[in-house]
Design a protein around this ligand. Structure first.
Ligand SMILES: NC(=O)c1ccc[n+]([C@@H]2O[C@H](COP(=O)([O-])OP(=O)(O)OC[C@H]3O[C@@H](n4cnc5c(N)ncnc54)[C@H](OP(=O)(O)O)[C@@H]3O)[C@@H](O)[C@H]2O)c1
Length: 350
């Protein structure tokens, strides 16, 4: 059983792991708090991205000698492999930690097995502490590792009558500044942001992370910008400028695009537009989560949030499981996930 102090330390480690814009690159979000032998906080750390210290190593470095005889509280099972950095299990053993408390078990192809290694070396290991919160933090990473494609979040900003633009195509701005700052936070959390050529040509968006109400770490990377569609963009399009990398896919084959993005280490894709591309993603079963910003604005005409989507009758309506509703200034943010059919149960054995 984890002690109250350890659970408190886990809450802090979860906060550290959730630092907006971190980590950069295809990595799980991980936070760690090292408690000294007397239970006081000796060091804190979180993972900042590929090639940088893992959360445990950062927290151990901050703790120094105070880690000896202490406890490492970490959101993800410590890794047991040598990648860009050494195994965390080795670092924990070298630091003289006698107890390790972790949240989510590491089911990744390379990192798993840390708990067993630590136990074999005599460290007391307690797993599964606030495991749901730890797993939620890395939902996209876990999904991508399991399914070999990026987790797709479709983000939209709509009027109360479900329009994403006015009749003349103008859509700036439907929502207020708080909702827009929140949308930038969302961008800072993903590896790539995608639009169709329709949005790219109509809005000439930048799709960069610019403003998160001061909550985005200055070192946050820019997500890869992705344009999907057969029409060419003008050479002076913002999406082709040097402010962030851009991948242009002159195709309508979404599975092939996701395949290529996964190979480019994209584990979380934010789909930002527009109704046609969103409909095609939904019809192909490639949307996992929806984040809708709803403004108390009426547009009367203009494109609906979703074109098609393969739904012909109310019985075919795609029912979502709501996760959260939050008020942002005058607007509402509704987060929901797409229900997946339950896989058939394995045949019973005789
Ligand atoms: N409020 C919001 O949240 C929001 C967000 C985004 C956009 N918008 C508004 O939406 C409008 C643009 O809408 P839109 O629907 O034209 O934009 P879109 O969905 O971004 O782009 C549509 C284009 O994507 C390409 N495409 C790629 N793969 C496809 C596939 N599998 N199936 C079908 N098309 C595919 C096609 O272009 P090709 O012909 O080149 O192949 C298609 O015309 C603008 O007025 C914009 O302001 C609003």
């Amino acid at each position: 059983m984890a002690t109250e102090t350890e659970v408190r330390a886990m809450r802090r480690a979860l906060e550290l792991a959730a630092t907006p814009g971190m980590p950069t690159g295809p990595n799980p979000r991980v936070g760690c708090v090292v408690l000294a032998a007397d239970g006081s906080v000796a060091g804190e750390g979180f993972h900042r991205g590929t090639g940088t210290a893992h959360a445990e190593v950062a927290a151990l470095a901050a703790a120094g000698e105070r880690a000896r005889g202490g406890t490492a509280v970490v959101t993800l099972e410590p890794c047991d492999h040598t990648g860009c950095t050494g195994p965390c299990t080795r670092a924990l053993l070298d630091a003289g930690v006698v107890r390790v408390v972790f949240g989510q078990a590491d089911s990744g192809p390379v990192g798993a097995g840390g708990a067993a290694t630590l136990r074999a070396a005599g460290v007391v290991v307690e797993g599964g502490v606030l495991a749901d919160a730890a797993a939620a933090l890395n939902e996209a990473w876990s999904f991508a590792v399991r399914h070999h494609r990026p987790f797709v979040t479709w983000k939209l900003a709509a009027s109360l009558d479900g329009r994403v633009a006015a009749a003349d195509g103008s859509s700036r701005w439907i929502t207020g500044p708080q909702a827009r700052a929140d949308a930038h936070l969302l961008r800072a959390e993903v590896d790539a942001v995608a639009v169709g050529t329709g949005t790219a040509l109509a809005d000439d968006p930048q799709l960069t992370v610019r403003d998160g109400g001061g909550r985005i770490a200055p070192a946050a990377r820019q997500p890869l910008r992705v344009v999907i569609g057969t029409r060419a963009l003008p050479s002076d399009a913002h999406l082709l400028d040097a402010s962030a990398p851009t991948a242009v896919y002159p195709t309508r084959d979404l599975a092939a695009v996701l395949d290529d993005l996964y190979r480019r280490d994209v584990e979380h894709l934010l789909l930002e537009g527009g109704p046609t591309l969103a409909g095609a993603f939904l019809a192909a079963g490639l949307v996992d989560r929806v984040v809708a910003y709803l403004a108390p604005v009426l547009l009367g005409a203009g494109p609906a949030a979703l074109a098609g989507g393969g739904i012909a009758t109310i019985a075919e309506a795609l029912r979502l499981d709501p996760d959260d509703v939050t008020r942002l200034g005058p607007d509402l943010r509704v987060t929901a996930r797409v229900r997946r059919p339950t896989p058939p149960a394995p045949p019973e054995e005789d």
